[in-house]
Design a protein around this ligand. Structure first.
Ligand code: ADP
Ligand code: NA
Length: 330
């Protein structure tokens, strides 16, 4: 029986994944590996649409891949590869550029937001055509279902439009992908600012739990997490965002319901809850960090794993690209 295809891309844009990435995304993918024919792509070509330091990008690309493997993505079951090692991504993106209207590309709100932050004049054309490269990532593998969050919904709509337009102009070539709401998963908030989502773009790292951080530093951050003054342990996202965040982190990492965690800690102090959270978090992150360090300690072996996967991905991508070139007369 053929398994449905799952394509997921992640930017190598940080020196370490954070707890939100792990609980909200990576952990889901690990459990989906048997059910899906999974392609996990470190999208380094997307990362250069904003200014990058070359040595840092190279290191982050390896480190991102290493963390996925360390956390449980199994290169024997899933195809974990680096985007720039599969030339078909840029080749298809070019063809898709030629069927995209300048006007419709100009309506992408993420470009407007990002370029406004950088200054319109200095934003690159690569940042402008980013959604077209993303369309190529998806369409190359004939992906039928794409889990998309709110921020990528418009880009997926463009992907569908381009696939439909290409198909009607040149003949059936692409599967038109459906967006699926990602499986419900806990949203993790910043420890110092618990009404904001934990994010690598936070102004301060004081409330950010990084998977590769030293466990002692992580425990310290958790012990210093912002709570409130009523001293009561209960789940109330509105009135008690800090305590609720700690409860949902602990529930997610111990595989229990939030209610069960509340029951265990109700009547106790915040210190005991924080200690337990520090334990469940470091019990998760420390082994991932240790295994990541091992993998990064043997870059030749890691590069070999990635090169093998790139070959597998290339072979699949080429099937689509060849058909595309043929259809357009190349
Ligand atoms: P960031 O917000 O730090 O820039 P990304 O946008 O790169 O993170 O997110 C990568 C993946 O991690 C996405 O699938 C996203 O849904 C998930 N994710 C990111 N932050 C969180 C969070 N705070 N809680 C739950 N999931 C998150
Ligand atoms: Na983000």
């Amino acid at each position: 029986m053929t398994r449905p295809l799952l394509f997921s891309g992640m930017q190598p844009s940080s020196d370490s994944l954070h707890l939100g990435n792990y609980i909200g995304a990576l952990r889901q993918w690990i459990t989906m590996q048997d059910e899906f024919d999974a392609l996990f792509c470190v999208v380094d070509l997307h990362a250069i649409t904003v200014p990058q330091d070359p040595a840092e990008l190279r290191a982050r690309t390896r480190a991102t891949a290493a963390q996925y493997i360390a956390a449980g993505i199994d290169p024997a079951r899933s195809t974990l590869f680096v985007q720039s090692q599969v030339p078909a991504h840029t080749e298809l993106a070019w063809v898709l550029n030629t069927v995209t209207g300048f006007g419709e590309a100009s309506r992408m709100t993420q470009f407007k937001d990002k370029s406004a932050r950088q200054g319109q004049e200095s934003a690159s054309v690569g940042l402008f055509t980013y959604p077209i490269l993303m369309a190529a990532d998806i369409l190359l593998y004939q992906t039928a279902q794409v889990p998309v969050g709110e921020d990528q919904r418009q880009h997926l709509e463009l992907t569908r439009t381009l696939a439909e337009r290409f198909n009607s102009r040149f003949g059936e070539t692409f599967t038109v992908p459906e967006g699926v709401i990602p499986r419900a998963s806990a949203k993790i908030y910043d420890l110092q600012n618990p009404t904001a989502k934990m994010s690598k773009s936070a102004e301060s790292e004081a409330g950010l739990i990084k998977v590769l951080d030293d466990p002692k530093a992580t425990a310290k951050k958790i012990m210093r997490a912002v709570t409130d003054t009523d001293g009561e342990i209960r789940f109330d996202r509105e009135a008690k965002p800090g305590v609720s965040n700690l409860l949902s982190i602990h529930a997610a990492l111990t595989g229990r319901s939030v209610d069960a965690v509340v029951e265990e800690f109700a009547g106790g102090g915040y210190g005991d809850l924080k200690k337990a959270v520090a334990e469940s978090v470091t019990a998760t992150t420390a082994p991932i960090a240790a295994r990541t360090a091992e993998l990064l300690g043997d870059p030749a072996e890691l590069d070999r794993i990635l090169a093998d996967a790139a070959e597998v991905a290339s072979e699949r991508a080429e099937r689509t690209l060849e058909r595309v070139y043929d259809r357009v007369g190349l």
